[in-house]
Design a protein around this ligand. Structure first.
Ligand code: SF4
Ligand code: SF4
Length: 346
């Protein structure tokens, strides 16, 4: 049985276990932006301990970018992004949404109903094929998508769960039939996902499956690694990184040693998103501050080129500097050359 916040195999730790150590606050981009301790996972956990309900915590819940940076630093092992998504769900049920968000929610509910009806078609994908969940941005960039396909040799699925990911962002209830139709087409496959939030949830929904973020999958390719060098700043997509932090720290540490490139892994900018959106920005209610985030990641660094895992970051860095900015998939050879060589997943 699937639920949005299905219990982990061991007894999950929750807000009542928060000791108030403040480590999550130091890693949090919304705290960095507001410089106000109320904007942190700690404030949410402590507020709940004091009896607050979701509506009283609306401001930090809406400002959170779900980047996941608080998750690996919490010594109590509390799933803080999961807690915040859970509270957003309660928030949507307790406060009327502003008109732009309500319109986004209405559209989303219609798409999820449609997606549940497409279940049979999705289940017919060839069983052995490793799959790519591209997400809307990569799907729209056909040139980069062609390179990703050539490098990784994956089947691009029609149903990449973009509506489910948006529901996680907005705190919308995911109908059971819709979730099941999405997961039915993924079972038994290796999965590469461009959307780090979806990747995080797939860990819960499909335990034991082989999953990887798009950036990490691309950077395993020799054609990509051999084109990274000391003058590059490599910008990690943070949600996928934090969702599998224990493994990814070692992975990127090796990448850095082998290629010599700079990576956004220093203490406070440890895979912080260049595009750190809260809920209100996701729903188009206020201007995004992507440019400030991108400038902050560049602060004190003088790369000759910026290499990004996320297409959203690509646009932000192009706006704030005149350095060349490329997606990871654009490194290396032409797709036709790559396609002549055999691939293995992983
Ligand atoms: S998910 Fe990111 S923005 Fe949200 S509380 Fe955690 S560190 Fe802060
Ligand atoms: S890191 Fe964990 S225990 Fe420490 S303040 Fe944050 S939520 Fe509480």
């Amino acid at each position: 049985m699937f639920g949005l916040f299905a219990p982990a195999p061991v007894t999950p730790r929750t807000y009542s276990d928060c000791s108030g150590c403040s480590l999550c606050l130091l890693a949090c981009p919304m705290w960095r932006k507001h410089r106000d301790p109320r904007f942190s996972a700690e404030a949410v956990a402590k507020g709940l301990q004091c009896g607050a309900v979701a509506a009283e915590l609306a401001r930090p819940l809406e400002a959170c970018s779900l980047c996941g940076a608080c998750d690996p630093v919490c010594p109590e092992g509390i799933d803080l992004p999961g807690l915040i998504m859970d509270l957003r769900l309660q928030l949507a049920n307790s406060l009327p949404a502003p008109p732009p968000r309500q319109a986004a929610l209405d559209d989303l509910h219609a798409r999820m109903r449609q997606g549940a009806g497409d279940a049979a078609a999705q289940a017919e994908i060839s069983r052995a094929a490793p799959l790519l969940l591209p997400g809307p941005e990569l799907r729209a960039d056909t040139a980069v998508l062609a390179r990703v396909r050539a490098l990784l040799g994956l089947v691009v699925v029609d149903d990449d769960g973009a509506d489910i990911s948006q529901a996680l962002e907005l705190g919308a209830v995911i109908p059971q039939a819709r979730l099941e139709s999405f997961l039915a087409s993924l079972r038994g496959h290796s999965i590469v996902a461009a959307d780090g939030l979806l990747l995080r949830q797939l860990r819960r929904w499909l335990p034991g499956s082989q999953r990887m973020g798009l950036g990490a999958a691309l950077s395993t390719r020799v054609a990509v690694r051999s084109n990274l060098g000391e003058s590059d700043l490599y910008v990690i997509e943070p949600r996928a990184f934090h969702a599998d932090h224990g493994r990814m720290v070692g992975f990127y540490d090796r990448l850095q040693r082998e290629t010599g490139c700079l990576i956004n892994l220093d203490l406070q900018r440890m895979a912080i998103p260049a595009t750190a959106h809260g809920l209100a920005q996701e729903a188009g209610e206020m201007a995004a501050d992507d440019d400030a985030q991108a400038r902050w990641i560049l602060q004190g660094r003088k790369p000759a080129r910026i290499v990004v895992e996320s297409l959203a970051d690509l646009a932000a860095f192009k706006r704030v500097c005149d350095l060349p900015v490329v997606h990871l998939a654009e490194l290396g050879e032409d797709p036709e050359m790559i396609q002549r060589r055999p691939h293995a997943f992983g």
